[in-house]
Write a protein that binds this ligand. Sequence first.
Ligand SMILES: Cc1ncc(COP(=O)(O)O)c(C=O)c1O
Length: 370
Amino acid sequence: MLVKRSQKINCLDLKGQHQQLKAEIFEAFERVYEITAFSGGPFVEEFEKYFAGYSESDYCVGVNNGTSAIQLALLALGIGEGDEVIIPANTFIATAWGVTHVGATPVFVDCDPQTWEIDPSQIESKISSKTKAVIGVHLYGMPFDIDSVKSICDKHNLFLVEDAAQAQGAKYNGKSVGTFGEMACFSFYPGKNLGACGEAGGITTNHEKYALKLQSLRNHGCVTRYYHDEIGFNMRMGGLEGASLSIKLKYLEGWNNRRREIAKRYQKEIVNSKIKLQFQPENTDSVYHLFVVTTDEKEKFVTYLNEWNIAPGFHYPVPCHLQKAYSFLNYKIGDFPHSEYLAAHCVSLPMYAELTDDEVSYVIQVINNF
Ligand SMILES: Cc1ncc(COP(=O)(O)O)c(C=O)c1O
């Protein structure tokens, strides 16, 4: 008989990772402190070099968060007022913020009913003379159908930007995400697979011209101090964040592999006709930032999980096109049925590298008893 655990298993728990790395990270913080390299500087540059190498890109430009990364990437492409950028309705809202913050209009498309990622077959009907780019999101850590989206972009002369905020280390056809579009935008928010001790983000690219533009834009529009060649922003990455990220990057593959292990168990051992899992195409290697399932009995399932001391998450309860902030775009319920279904029925199971085998077995058993 299954015995209820006394300690809650949360959807995400950052304490284990940070306790394990405390001494190593504090030692790095001391090095930052000693040379007062708090904004940009050598610790950020070191991380940029490491992360570009890790993600098989020529350049990485560190910034203050993933939302800025999207905004700056679009600015570097010359996208602005009067332009349209196609993005999935099923994503975290920040994908859309990046578009809005450059003065362009986000144009939403539905997700695929099986993979829950941007549905390439919905894109072409949304292309207008104003469309400049498509942002594909590697949602929950799983690459979207890059080949199909890229071929549409090539056919219509559109830029492809990857929102890889949730997918550090994921692969598509054996190649790292972040290398397929003109640029890829990463978030290093603390809860991400690779998360800073603080807020941080970055853009990877294989194009020198974009890297140089991004370096200027993030730093008040200047290359030479106090000479401002263009309108810029203060969107630099902090030194403490950069230092913590360089340390954590050494552990990322191990953490991602542990997430893969847990996901494999969920996929194999959760056997309950009421619970539906995300379909994963063969050519994708997800890093399982989130493990989202759907059920028609969401309310009952969530209450039940909480009764058994499992606290799930919800990613995301409202699709972007129905967010109040975007009511001025006049989308309505029914526009994107698959994204709306997901929003209404999604439940995120516990997923982080420090989950023990016993905890994973417990989650599986509880779900199978539902
Ligand atoms: C898909 C997606 N895009 C963009 C972002 C924005 O990143 P940040 O929170 O670092 O601004 C996030 C992070 O939450 C995200 O999940």
